[in-house]
Structures are given as structure tokens and as C-alpha cells.
Design a binder for this molecule. Sequence first.
Ligand code: GAP
Length: 485
Amino acid sequence: MANEANLFQNLISHCKEYGYIFQSSELYDGLSAVYDYGQNGAQLKKNLRDEWWKSMTQMHENIVGIDAAIFMHPTVWKASGHVDNFSDPMIDNKDSKKRYRVDHLIEGFAETLDKAKADELIAAMEQLLAKDDYSGLKKLIEDHKITCAISKTCNWTDVRQFNLMFKTEFGAVASENPDDNIVYLRPETAQGIFVNFLNVQKTGRMKIPFGIAQTGKAFRNEIVARQFIFRMREFEQMEMQFFIRPGTQLEWYNYWKETRKKWHESIGIPADKLRYHNHTKLAHYADAALDIEFEFTFGWKELEGIHSRTDFDLSQHASFSRKKIQYFDNDLDENGKPYGNYTPFVVETSVGLDRLFLTILSLAYAEEKWTKEDGTEDSRVVLRIPAKIAPTKLAILPLMKKDGLPEIARELMDECKGSFMCFYEEKDAIGKRYRRMDAIGTPFCVTIDHQTKEDRTVTIRNRDTMTQERVALSDVKSIILKAIS
Ligand code: GAP
């Protein structure tokens, strides 16, 4: 059995072997920090996205969903501050020519220290980052003799900022000024919501407070992309902007902070594996921000961001587009007067779908070993994915390929497949088929055997307990529906 350090590597191999995640363009030796989701991964990702979408748009009467385009007018990114500010401090090693994100370089080094020293170093780094003190950061790296992983030297350039947005050209018409044709691949989905604020508010007759949610791809030219799908160059976000009355941001910030943590718990993440981390250095748009962190095998890391974004984005878009972006609030204040016109404030919740996927798989992946009643050893690799989000809910397995068993199995398949994902398999010994379903994370297997023909009962096997129970064939569908609801 693997130790903690190897578990993560084993999980990555498992994802490939069982159709969850493949390296992008693997045929051509892959593309760094870009991944494809296979048949099981795509379904798990969809289930997570659907859960989020439902919790936002169906369970909140005042939140609606949109689907904005990835390409946006380039001025959007000027207005949002991304052209000027969306950069990370980087440092290059002069010998290997390798570039590092300063915080990643220092954090990586801190992991090799004992806890007290690591905490001290991280605190010093955070203070310098908060002050944009680049020479201080370089000195910190040199004082701790932090070396490049490749050259093993401490021969560093000065710390500089690099923009993370991908640029491309739009349309075929050549322009004298090449900047005219530039468009960016969106680095966050949020701006598609801000520029549609008035469209949605007016057409949906939305009353503040209300939210706009969307899921979709975002792109960042991460310099150091690490830890599998934790930090990717193309990833998916699930974001919700909650538009509120100015002055109420703290109340809503606290509301969403708690609501979002509870949501993560509701999809099976244990509370003790989640914690809040308040930002000391705030993004250019925020007056308060925190991360909901998860304890990955490689440490506590950001899973979701909750940001109080003030009226920064709407005001910026009003100013750059020269259009009025305001809301008329006819509710009455404590003096009995309507609140009137104002630019709404925003509290944002933003979670990475791929990071959530990695969280769920990290929790689910288990290598198990036990001694059987006859004294022999047995083992399995299992994905204990909560039933409600597992890609396949039920495997339907006729014990043999004859004697009318496949026909009964097919009838059950037809009865269930309209309601949830089922998988039919008649090849191989039943034990081997169970192991394969464990590895994919299928919570229930139903076996149709000769007794089924006599009394219309089947065995239903629970993935987590490996126990089997005899139930009526006619009850199977409702048992599974209950377990996944
Ligand atoms: N609209 C706000 C925003 O984009 P962020 O903290 O930069 O805030 C939000 O990103 C979430 O998106 C993060 O909490 C993380 O889950 C996910 N995310 C950000 N960069 C990522 C990357 N390179 N790869 C995978 N997920 C990423």
C-alpha cells in the first residue's frame, strides 16, 4: 500500500487508467497543464456542475444563470483592470533560465522546513507581497538560500510582474495597428456577468439583492502550473455575482462565506477538511476576500474564493463604456424615503470546477487491503464518490451470458436508464466486474442470477461496505433513486 506521498501519484495514474482524466494531446507528448476529461471524468464534472447550478439557480429564487461568450470586447479587460493588474510577481534563475512564481518558489521551500520556521517565512512573504515590495522578496529568497530545482543555484534576476492573460487575434482583416485586432481569452467568467448586469436585471425584472451565476472556461497563462488539475492553463469556473445595496456588503459576505462552506459539506467534503483563509493582500477590486481551503495531500490550498468586490466592476464598465449602469431601488430606507439610484455593490463566489473535482477524487480514492474469513489476503482500489455525484449510479450484471439472465438484466436497464446513469456488463467473472465498478466509483451493482428467474429477486451490492442484500427486482429503481436523492 502506498504512503501519503505516493497516493497522489497513484491517484493520477488511476484517473488515466479508468477514463477520468487524460493529458491533453497525449499522442503528441502532451501539452503542459492542459487536460482532457474522459468518459467517467466528464460525467463526474457534469454532476458537480449540475449540483452547483441547482444550488444557485433552482434553490435561490433571486439567482438566475447565464452563459456568456469566452471572447469579449478587449476594453472589458482594460476596464476590469486585468490588462494592467492581472499579473504575478515572477523571478528567473539566470543559470537554468527557468521562471518561477515568487510565492510558489517560497511556498515550495517552506514545505521543506519545520512548521514554526515555515509559518514565519510565509508570514514574511505575505507581508512583502501585500506591500508589492519586490526587492524585499528577492532578498527573502536570497537570505534563505532558496535555489532553482534545475540549476540548484541561487543566481536570481530581479522580481518582475508578468501578465497572465492569453492574447489572440480576432477576424481576418489586417489592421495598421495590430492592437486593433487583439482579443483575450477570458481569465475569469465574472466579467461576462458584469457586462450583462443591465440586460439581466431589466429583462428578468430582478430586484436587489439578486445574483447572476454562470459556469464556463477560463484561461490563464500560469507560469508554474503544478499538481495535476489543481493549477491549469485552461480550466472551468463556477461563479456567482450577488448584487446588493451599498453598505450591506459585510452582511452578504458573511452569508455567502457560510453558505458556500455548507454547500461543500453537502456534497460530501468533511467539515474538518475545509477552513477559511482571509486574504492579507487584496485584489485590485476587493474590500474583503477569503479563500475556502481544502486540505489536499500537498497541503491546505484554495478551493473557492469569496470576494467583496464593492462597486468597482460596474463603475469601471460605466466609465469605460460611457453608459449609465445603475439600479433604481424603490424600497424605503429607515426615513421612509426610496433608496433611489445607485451602483450596486457585489459579493462574488468563485469556485474552480477542476479543483472541486480534484477535491472529490482525493477524498474518494482509497487503496484497501484486508484478510478474508479463510485467512487469505484481498485488496482493492476504490473511489468512494458520494452516490449523488458518482458518474455511474448502478451497474447491472447478469451472472451468466445465458439462461435468460441477460434478458432480465436488459429489462432492468430499460426501466432505470431514463432516471439515472446505468452500466451494463456481462463479460468476466462477477468478482472482477465488482472490482472494476469499485475502481470507477459505481456505488451499486445489481446481479441477476438463476434465483431471479424463480422469485424475481436480485442481489444489490454496496460499493462502500461490499455487503450484498437480496431485494425485489421491482424495488431496485426506487432504492437507487432514494440513495442518490
Ligand atoms: N472572479 C474571481 C476569480 O477568478 P480567483 O481566486 O482568481 O478569483 C477563483 O479564481 C477560483 O478559480 C479559484 O478559487 C480556483 O478554484 C479556480 N482557479 C483559479 N486559477 C486556476 C487555475 N489556474 N487552475 C484551476 N483552477 C483555478
